[in-house]
Structure formats: structure tokens, C-alpha cells
Ligand binder design. Structure first.
Ligand code: HEM
Length: 419
């Protein structure tokens, strides 16, 4: 007699289209209708398991149970991730490479990043004061592209900034796209990989000498567990694993602007200079607004969890958005309330906008501290350092397009310095 239970199962041949149609809500809708944090479905022509919530995140991040090699669909590898990057590694190889990423996120490194971000905001504000209207998403993407390059030790000519900003944006905007938009992302990745690859070669030939503690220097000279340098393509993929997501923080900064506009009472609390409130506000932006819908892994070997059988090789998705909106974890999850973080105890498996678990042993986002520091500087500008008008526009955002960006990209006008 079998002592395992049948998981709630979505009947039908394939549900990839429903996933595209329901976007961030796909897993959460079924968790509600099955009244279960786990269910079986079929995606990309294969059996798949979807799960969400704190307990599910705990099991998902158990590296004895799940692996990442070959988990991401090819279209995501060709646009968002790149081939052979840290996202696709397991075990000791992953740990060793991840340690290199985390060494870049030292307190000293973060301090430098904060200072570069502030300088770039200063330059941008001076420019915006002369502009009729500012499309915040596009402008902030450029701030972040310049910040990312300077921090990473990648010198960029002024006439290349717009192209690179667009290319980095295309990589993360196209991850879930099909058709021409997918190709925009793919071509952008090919261009940037080629450019960074040539730069890596020039560093190795001694023709370019970035400062020692920068991303470019570190990945040019990083040696794997066997003592070998990374091949040029992989080193380029890892440098881009720093540049691209820093540019993507523009999405969270767009949502900061939206929240400051939609919740004026919050703006008052922010102008009082209360740093704790600013931190809580940022955490709530990262929890509340949609960004990464889910993460994917493959079952490493057969195991049973909560009476359900997981078979080796099965694609498994962990619901990030749904876990951040799980009523078992969050009171009134669909209300924007920074105060909830005042008494929040913090579990690495319940608040997971950038993945969960451990940074070194698991795949939790290497850039979470970077994201928070950059958001803090940006919030200070948007709430305290500049005044601006927000004209009528479509500030709604989709729960289907992934990643979601406010439709108008947040237009502001008449930008003035406040202090
Ligand atoms: C813009 C906001 C960001 C979001 C929403 C985000 C989200 C995520 C998510 C969901 C993961 C996957 C976690 C998993 O697989 O379990 C991840 C991984 C990663 N992120 Fe971020 N991230 C952001 C910013 C950054 C930044 C700024 C950096 C670098 C400076 C960064 C570098 C990475 C790297 C290297 C990984 C792979 C980690 C690994 O596989 O071990 N991310 N991120």
C-alpha cells in the first residue's frame, strides 16, 4: 500500500498559456482554488510542481532535494541569465562562485556603491530641472546603468551609455517575452556579452587595469575549484550578472515613486528623516509590488514531503510573489503598510522578493543588500530632496506582464531641488 498522497492536480495537457495569461497570480490562484500550498500541473509539455508559502520555501531551498542545473528554460538563459552563470551551478562549484559574488558585497563595496549612486542622482537631477517632462523609469535606468558600470570597474564612453542602458533593460524586460521582444533581449545579451568578453581579454592581457576590488577585476582573475580561470564567455556572463540586475533596480525605484505618490501620508513620515521608517518603506515596496514571480529548480532525487512524492527531475516552481502575499504570513497582505515591518521577526523563507534561504549555501539573490542600499538613496531623492508634479497618466501596472512596470513608466514634471 502506498503511503503517499496524490497532490492536487490541474487537469489538462499543458498550462503554459494559463501561466502567461495569469502571470503573477497563476500559482496563487490555484493555491486558493485547491486550498493547498502545493499542486501538480503541466508546463512546457512536462509535469511540474508549483508551491508557495514558508514551509514550501524551506524545502525548495534544501540543496539535498533540489538542483538548478538545466532548471531554467532556454529562453530565460538566452536573455536573463546567460549560459553557465552562477544561477545554473550546484554544490561546491556553486558555493565557490557565490563566495566571489558575496565578496563584492562587502561593507566597503556597498559604501562605494552608495556614494556613486548619490553622485549619479545629483547629475540626473540637474539634468531633469531643465527637462519638460521626465520619464522616470527610463531616466533611472540610465542612472543605474552608469552606477553599475562605475562600481563594477567597467569604463563606458558617453556615447555608449544609451545603447547599454537599453541592452541591459532588454535582457530583464524580455525574460518572459515571446516573438520580437524575446529577440530584442537575445540580441542585447549577445552584444553585451561580446563587449564584456573583449574587456575581460584586455584585462587578462594587461591592456586594461580595473581597480582590484571591482567586479571586472575579480571575475577576470577568479579561479574555479580546479584553479582554472573562467572561460571568457562565462566571465562575461558573471560581470553582466552584476550590471544587469543593478540596472533592474530601476523597476523597484519606479514602484517607490508610485508608492510615494499613492500614499501621501507615507511621504510625510519619510520627510521627518526617520531612517527606520525609510527602511520599512523599502521592505514594503519589495514585498508589495510584483517583480520576480517565481523561481525554478529540478528535484535532485526522489523524496517525500508532507505525504507528497517528488520524483527526480520534476520541474518545481516556488511562488515568490504569492509567498509575499500569503495571508498565513502577512496580515492584510494586499494593503501597503510599511509599519508591518516594525514588528516583523524575519524569516529567510517568508519574505522572499529576491529568493530565500542562505546567500552562500543557496541561490538567494547575491544583490539583495545592493538593492536595498540603492533603493534607500533613491527614496531619499524622491521623497526628500526633490519636488515635482505627477501629471495625469496611467499609473496602473499589470499583474500579467513579467516584469511588471507602471504603464506610464511614471512621468514627472517641473523637477526642483528641495534643499
Ligand atoms: C532589482 C531587484 C532584484 C530582484 C527582484 C532580484 C531577484 C532575484 C531572484 C528572485 C533571484 C533568484 C533566487 C533563487 O534562484 O532562488 C536572484 C538571484 C541572483 N541575483 Fe538578484 N535580484 C535583484 C537585484 C540584484 C542585484 C542588484 C544583483 C547584483 C548586484 C543581483 C544578483 C543576483 C545573482 C548573482 C543571483 C544568482 C544567485 C545564485 O544563483 O546563487 N540581483 N535575484
Amino acid at each position: 500500500m502506498s503511503n503517499t498522497n496524490q497532490m492536487p492536480r490541474e487537469e489538462g495537457i499543458d498550462h503554459s498559456l494559463s501561466l502567461m495569461r495569469e502571470g503573477y497570480m497563476y500559482i496563487l490562484n490555484r493555491r486558493h482554488s485547491f486550498n493547498s500550498d502545493i499542486f501538480e500541473t503541466r508546463l512546457l509539455g512536462k509535469k511540474a510542481i508549483c508551491m508557495g508559502g514558508k514551509e514550501a520555501a524551506e524545502v525548495f531551498y534544501d540543496t539535498e532535494k533540489f538542483k538548478r542545473k538545466n532548471a531554467a528554460p532556454n529562453r530565460v538563459v538566452q536573455t536573463l541569465f546567460g549560459k553557465n552563470g552562477v544561477q545554473s551551478l550546484d554544490g561546491q562549484n556553486h558555493k565557490h562562485r557565490k563566495e566571489m559574488f558575496m565578496s563584492i558585497m562587502s561593507p566597503n563595496g556597498l559604501e562605494k556603491l552608495t556614494s556613486i549612486t548619490k553622485k549619479q542622482w545629483e547629475i540626473a537631477v540637474d539634468k531633469w530641472r531643465q527637462m519638460d517632462k521626465v520619464i522616470l523609469y527610463e531616466e533611472v535606468q540610465e542612472i543605474m546603468c552608469r552606477t553599475a558600470c562605475q562600481w563594477a570597474g567597467v569604463t563606458i564612453q558617453e556615447d555608449e551609455v544609451k545603447r547599454l542602458t537599453k541592452d541591459l533593460g532588454a535582457m530583464f524586460e524580455s525574460a518572459a517575452a515571446i516573438g520580437p521582444n524575446h529577440w530584442l533581449g537575445r540580441n542585447a545579451r549577445n552584444r553585451v556579452e561580446k563587449w564584456i568578453g573583449e574587456l575581460i581579454d584586455r584585462v587578462r592581457d594587461g591592456k586594461v587595469n580595473p581597480p582590484e576590488n571591482t567586479t571586472l577585476h575579480r571575475f577576470a582573475w577568479y579561479r574555479d575549484l580546479e584553479g582554472n580561470l573562467l572561460d571568457t564567455d562565462t566571465a562575461a556572463v558573471e560581470v553582466i550578472n552584476i550590471l544587469r540586475p543593478i540596472a533592474a533596480i530601476a523597476i523597484f525605484i519606479n514602484f517607490i515613486a508610485l508608492a510615494v505618490h499613492h500614499y501621501p501620508e507615507e511621504r510625510e513620515k519619510l520627510t521627518s528623516g526617520d531612517e527606520k521608517h525609510a527602511q520599512m518603506f523599502i521592505q514594503e515596496v519589495r514585498r508589495f509590488y510584483p517583480f520576480f514571480p517565481f523561481v525554478a529548480a529540478l528535484v535532485k532525487k526522489d523524496f517525500t514531503w508532507n505525504g507528497y512524492k517528488f520524483e527526480e527531475g520534476t520541474l518545481t516552481l516556488l511562488d515568490l510573489y504569492g509567498t509575499n502575499h500569503d495571508p498565513e504570513i502577512w496580515e492584510n497582505p494586499d494593503v501597503f503598510s510599511p509599519e508591518r515591518f516594525a514588528k516583523w521577526e524575519g524569516s529567510p523563507f517568508s519574505f522572499i522578493p529576491q529568493g530565500g534561504g542562505d546567500y552562500f549555501m543557496g541561490h538567494r539573490c547575491a544583490g539583495e543588500w545592493v538593492t536595498i542600499e540603492v533603493m534607500k538613496v533613491s527614496l531619499d531623492y524622491l521623497a526628500n530632496r526633490i519636488d515635482y508634479e505627477v501629471p495625469d497618466q496611467d499609473l496602473s501596472f499589470s499583474m500579467v506582464s513579467m516584469p511588471s512596470i507602471p504603464h506610464s513608466k511614471v512621468v514627472i514634471k517641473n523637477v526642483r531641488r528641495r534643499i
